[in-house]
Design a protein around this ligand. Structure first.
Ligand code: ZN
Length: 558
């Protein structure tokens, strides 16, 4: 395979003024070339030969990234955005089952959802998209790999957390394409029996978070993941405070969106996260006097430049904390210092403690109570796309044999699911009936032919590519009213329907959602984490059966 061919073809495209003017053409060309570059290779994942990636989503997300770039006035991370397309391509990529001697069939231990890397013949974890350092060439491949063969693709080998791009319904996120919605729901009042009114907050609402942390690199040996980085920070800043952590890969636009309900709270950038300093200092939502830069990685001249520009922009120089070496920001003069004896990671705790008094608000404990508090997504179940049901991988997505499918209780909307998912869902309905709560299911199992027909009719902008949807495993269903609420809110906000903001609103306001969040897990049903994490694409309406991983045999057979 040849990245050289890829490069030549893209260059030819870029030099043609006519084609470069058309986003559709550019996105299609990039996606096609990427797909072909991979296919030309002799790539394999875990010794299984690569067969097919999710090219439809790849193209859609490339297109979305380009369109988003066109409408930006602030500096924009195009490479980072396009990376979502690459993740989507690999997420659910099909492998050739005949190419591997002993396919890994053993399901992971109960509850160990995060351990799932690859189950049988589908790539279930797209790994991470590593963005190049600003100002450097994208590191598509190693300089000294002169042969024409792609190195083995290492996907999902070390990373636990999936990139935020789900494969299901990903197409509906494309905003600018004329909307052809298959199922449209008017927002409707939800009938519920005896649910109490939510308590009315008399005082001004607290910001959603007390502080924001954009963390440092988290993928090398000895690095801490973003959750652990937040913990280290809170060791100094205050254990009870609500700190939202963003990975260093998060774009400034996404950080700003995440701060929508917490304007002007202190923002801490750590290490690699410091490259966001200048962009964030330009945002209205960020208070420059409360923007802190902790040990910027200044070995790259670019980072230093970015920090200096942020300072020019009004960020106080004493808000920058540097350590003893260049790699810890010492190349920037006049900054605050982290004391000697404090490690790079320790500087998180140190600065947290220094700035703890910036937030004095006492927060109530965030337990979920009977009445109204929005449900918290407490687990990371569904951080990756669901693996095929045990024993069914070889049939393929959308091609599950009839005897492995079962009807769902049609009083809440008819459809079929994998037998066990259907059985557990019917139990969930029985519980709902007791509680007097109702809904209508809008989509269940989608077979390959059906998905193909849908895909051909509506195109990649409004239908998931056949073979890539969890619906094709009979493990997913969509809730009509929840979808309706999120869609209506999205319209009101003027954003795509799968954006985090309308999803968050829906999670906090839909009684059906709240009931499901509370009762679903006992039956193995979850709104998957990757679609409820406040990043990328969020879908409150899409639920998945994870009972194979989260329930005991006894619970499943009860
Ligand atoms: Zn769905």
């Amino acid at each position: 395979m040849s990245w050289e061919t890829f490069k030549q073809n893209i260059l030819r495209l870029a030099q043609n003024p006519e084609s470069i003017n058309d986003i559709e053409v550019v996105a299609t060309a990039y996606a096609t070339e990427y797909d072909e570059a991979i296919k030309r290779g002799k790539d394999n994942l875990f010794q299984a030969k690569f067969k097919m990636g999710n090219s439809g989503s790849l193209k859609d997300l490339f297109k979305l990234a380009l369109e988003k770039g066109n409408s930006q006035t602030e500096p924009y991370d195009l490479v980072g955005e396009m990376g979502k397309g690459v993740l989507a391509y690999w997420n659910g990529a099909q492998l050739d089952p005949t190419s591997i001697q002993n396919p890994p069939q053993t399901p992971p231990a109960t509850g160990a959802v995060q351990n799932i890397q690859i189950v049988s013949m589908t790539c279930t974890n797209a790994g991470t998209w590593q963005q190049p350092v600003l100002g450097e060439e994208p590191d598509i491949r190693n300089e000294n790999e002169k042969d024409d063969d792609m190195p083995e693709v290492e996907i999902g080998e070390t990373e636990e957390i999936l990139g935020e791009v789900p494969i299901d319904d990903v197409a509906v996120e494309v905003e600018s394409v004329e909307e052809v919605t298959v199922e449209l729901y008017e927002p409707q009042e939800v009938e519920i029996g005896e649910v109490k009114e939510e308590p009315v907050e008399e005082t001004e609402p607290l910001p959603e978070f007390d502080a924001i942390l954009v963390g440092g690199l988290d993928y090398r040996d000895g690095d801490y993941n973003i959750d652990k980085q937040v913990e280290l920070f809170k060791d100094g800043f205050g254990k009870n405070k609500k700190v939202k952590g963003f990975r260093y890969t998060t774009t400034s636009a996404e950080v700003i969106l995440g701060m929508k309900n917490s304007p002007k709270v202190p923002v801490f950038l750590f290490s690699a996260g410091c490259v966001r300093a200048f962009e964030l200092s330009n945002s209205e939502i960020v208070d420059k006097s409360k923007l802190f830069i902790i040990e910027p990685f200044t070995e790259s001249a670019n980072t230093k430049e970015i920090i200096l520009n942020a300072i020019k922009n009004g960020v106080p120089i004493l808000n920058v904390y540097s350590g003893p070496t260049e790699a810890r920001g010492s190349a920037i003069s006049g900054t605050s210092k982290t004391p000697s004896g404090i490690s790079h990671w320790g500087s998180l705790t140190y600065v947290g403690k220094e700035k703890a008094n910036l937030v004095t608000t006492e927060r109530k404990p965030t337990t979920v109570s009977e009445g109204g508090d929005p449900p918290k997504i407490a687990t990371n179940v569904g951080a990756t796309a669901p693996p095929p049901p045990p024993g069914l991988a070889s049939f393929g997505n959308g091609k599950i044999p009839k005897d492995k499918l079962g009807n769902i209780d049609s009083s809440y909307g008819s459809g079929i699911l994998h037998v066990e998912a259907a059985k557990m869902y019917n139990k969930l309905i029985a519980r709902a009936k007791k509680d007097g709560i109702k809904w209508r299911v809008s989509s269940t199992y989608r077979d390959y032919a059906g998905q193909l027909a849908c895909y051909e009719k509506y195109g990649p902008s409004s239908a998931a590519k056949p073979g890539s949807s969890p619906h094709g495993w009979g493990l997913s269903l969509d809730f009509g009213e929840i979808c309706g609420m999120q869609e209506a809110k999205a319209k009101q906000l003027g954003v795509g329907r799968a954006k985090p903001a309308p999803a968050k609103y829906t999670r906090e306001n839909s009684k059906i959602y709240q009931w499901l969040a509370k009762n679903g897990p006992a039956f193995g049903w979850y709104n998957p984490y990757r679609l409820a994490d406040g990043q990328g694409c969020d879908e409150a309406w899409h639920w998945e059966y994870w009972g194979f991983q989260t329930l005991t045999k006894q619970q499943r057979e009860a």
